[in-house]
Design a binder for this molecule. Structure first.
Ligand SMILES: [Zn+2]
Ligand SMILES: [Zn+2]
Length: 283
């Protein structure tokens, strides 16, 4: 874990991370302070259930984000061979040999192990050692966005004055409607949070689907675009363990703090042939 990695590398990364943290925090406060009292005014147990579920979701989003941002995933500090091996590259910026599947990120200014892409919301690259936290983050942003969107339906339409084509337009464009005096400032804020929650749900679920498809083939975005399939180890479950670690179900569903060791070092990746040879040798 490296705390120095929390420092934003540029303005868009800083805005992206701040937006994510503020969206999660303001949604939680909005649901607990405004939405829940409107839904269950009598039954306190139901409220406690929603609040506990909300705390669990917020904890998973924030802890996955923390682990994602602080996990060291670069080639810096690793012993690299001085001769260029097959599938290795020489990185002109790092002035060193880079292992297969690693690429240099201009923003992070380092070669990242099994690099997928640079994520603006976490301000870091998604690669071999932190993919698991990115996947957990997407899952809980999707779940949290869906949960909040369902709860918001019991609050927002009433706040906007009922369901009609004009209030649908209000809901979609809260800022202009507030500027023209159609809705008050608090209603604009509530509606804006609801839109952010809906976007969080759609964004989280779409990216989760996209990365699940990559994961079951053990590919990065670059490898998918280039049609590289040599790292797939055949069965989808084996490929999932390659990406999320051996204890992936508990680690993804419960918490990023649950241990789920990855089978590789992030430098050497066997092909399906080499992997089956290795596993028959170890039997
Ligand atoms: Zn590099
Ligand atoms: Zn990066």
């Amino acid at each position: 874990m490296k705390l120095a990695k929390l420092k934003p590398k540029n303005v868009s990364d800083a805005i992206g991370t701040l937006f994510l943290v503020l969206a999660v925090g303001s949604t939680f406060i909005f649901e607990v302070q405004m939405v829940l009292p409107r839904i269950h005014t009598i039954d306190a147990t139901v409220n406690y259930f929603h609040i506990s579920a909300g705390i669990f979701i917020v904890f998973n989003i924030m802890s996955n984000l923390w682990c994602l941002m602080t996990t060291e995933n670069s080639t810096a500090g690793l012993m690299m061979p001085s001769v260029l091996k097959p599938n290795w590259r020489f990185c002109m910026v790092c002035e060193g040999n880079s292992p297969p599947r690693s690429y240099h990120c201009q923003i992070c200014d380092e070669c990242v192990l099994k690099r997928d892409h640079h994520c603006v919301f976490s301000g870091c690259c998604i690669g071999y050692k932190n993919f698991r936290f990115y996947y957990g983050l997407l899952l809980y942003v999707g779940i949290g966005g869906f949960y909040a969107t369902v709860l918001n339906q019991f609050f927002v339409w009433e706040a906007l004055g009922g369901f009609s084509w004009i209030t649908v337009a209000n809901h979609l464009l809260p800022f202009p409607f507030w500027l023209f005096g159609r809705i008050s400032f608090p209603v604009m804020v509530y509606t804006f949070i609801s839109i952010v929650d809906l976007c969080g749900f759609l964004f989280g679920v779409s990216l989760l689907y996209y990365h699940s498809m990559l994961m079951i083939n053990n590919q990065t975005t670059y490898e998918k675009n280039k049609g590289i399939t040599q790292y797939s180890l055949g069965h989808w479950k084996t490929n999932v363990v390659e990406n999320l670690g051996s204890n992936w179900v508990a680690a993804i569903l419960l918490s990023p703090l649950v241990s789920s060791p990855l089978p590789r070092n992030g430098i050497d990746f066997p092909t399906i042939k080499e992997n089956s040879l290795n596993s028959s040798k170890s039997k």
